[in-house]
Design a protein. Structure first.
Length: 389
């Protein structure tokens, strides 16, 4: 039954997810104070930092229109679904006469890459959209070209640092980054506490081994890894973190094989940061009756047949960040030509803490994680990062 569910999900979602290489930028990087997709939307992101009830007028009295260009597809139960959910939520809140958007699913395979830049330029050339939204490192070069050719077109770019200085300092791009290292610190701490807790079914407390499955060895995924390793080691310096790389964000079969090798080598808790390939780790956790933390969307909710193997999920709230940015653009408070980095304090990342989480993790672990999160927000805990911010 579980294999059938995975097969259905994979058939609907061949996507490149959560990728970036953490390029260097000399732009103004600030730490802030605190047609429509048809795929099933993920669990709702946490409420954005701004007042969600504030009334926002449409720009110049016209409908504000956004285009969301995905170098992948909806249905990933993760990264791109979150982006679509945030825009859908904003349209539902404001009404389609105030804000509307279109999703262009460009595909995420190597065969699709040749159409990404032409599609972006076609959208720019149309002149129909107040803002064009895209993300991940693969779109950085096409975006730089489009921003230069269409200086009056506004763009939002998420999950990869845009090199403003190296591209003529364009003032029509708003860049969004996430502190995935912060939420991964909590996942690492939780995994370390789980792997030595003999009260949790299937755990061998003598091994002290946890796993990490990464999609591609780049700066953003290493930022997840940095936080994960630090959180685990702060709980117990003797924890061993086994790391495997799929080499892409699509190959779930390879992801499963790598995860099975980790579980067979004594790992009993893993963390998948590999897009579609990470679904292979979740299936491997199901096959071995062990555990895999989810990522980017509430994967325990979205994959109910595997919920007993997913303690909780680390969210990079792409949907929240786009919801937030467009509301700010509508009221004139968004500054283009800058980068913002969103963490716990701004609702940019979070750990899913619901009834399932409470059922899966003992109270002592949950209490410790709450305390760690508050220490990260206050600055008492400074989480290591792989990205220059």
């Amino acid at each position: 039954m579980m294999k059938k569910v995975l097969a259905m999900l994979l058939a609907s979602a061949m996507v490149v997810s959560m990728t970036a290489c953490g390029g260097n930028s000399n732009s103004d990087t600030t730490e802030p104070a605190a047609e429509d997709g048809s795929a099933e939307a993920p669990a709702e992101d946490a409420a954005p930092a701004e007042d969600a009830d504030a009334e926002v007028p449409a720009a110049s009295g016209d409908t504000y229109k956004a285009a969301l260009l995905l170098n992948g597809t909806l249905g990933d139960k993760s990264f791109y679904d979150s982006a679509n959910e945030g825009l859908t939520r904003l349209r539902d809140e404001l009404g389609a006469d105030v804000f509307d958007f279109k999703v262009e699913q460009m595909g995420g395979t190597a065969a699709d890459e040749s159409k990404w830049e032409p599609t972006l330029l076609d959208y720019c050339d149309s002149g129909e959209y107040d803002v064009i939204i895209m993300g991940t490192w693969q779109m950085a070069d096409p975006l730089a070209k489009a921003a230069e050719q269409y200086p009056d077109q506004k763009f939002m770019f998420f999950d990869e640092q845009f090199d403003f200085a190296g591209n003529g300092d364009p003032q029509n791009i708003y860049n969004i980054l996430y502190k995935q290292n912060e939420v991964s610190y909590l996942v690492g701490a939780a995994a370390a506490m789980m792997t030595t807790d003999e009260t949790i079914e299937g755990i061998d407390p003598s091994t002290k081994k946890i796993g990490f499955l990464g999609g591609m060895d780049n700066a953003v995924i290493n930022d997840f890894l940095k936080g994960y390793e630090q959180g685990a080691k702060d709980v117990d310096p003797e924890i061993e973190v086994q790391v495997s790389w799929v080499g892409d964000f699509v190959d779930s079969t390879k992801g499963k094989d790598l995860a099975l090798a980790q579980y067979q080598n004594g790992v009993d808790v893993g963390y998948n940061v590999a897009g579609n390939a990470g679904l292979g780790q979740i299936e491997a956790a199901g096959d071995t009756n062990l555990y895999a933390f989810g990522v980017d969307s509430d994967q325990a909710s979205l994959l109910p047949d595997y919920a007993k193997n997913i303690p909780t999920s680390a969210l990079k709230n792409v949907g929240n960040s786009l919801y937030r940015a467009i509301k700010m653009d509508l009221d004139g408070s968004l500054t283009y030509g800058t980068t913002e980095v969103l963490g716990f304090a701004e609702g940019g990342v979070e750990l899913v803490k619901d009834a399932h989480y409470e059922e899966m993790l003992p109270e002592n672990i949950r209490t410790a994680l709450d305390e760690m999160e508050q220490k990260i927000i206050s600055g008492e805990i400074v989480v290591d990062t792989a990205i220059e911010r």
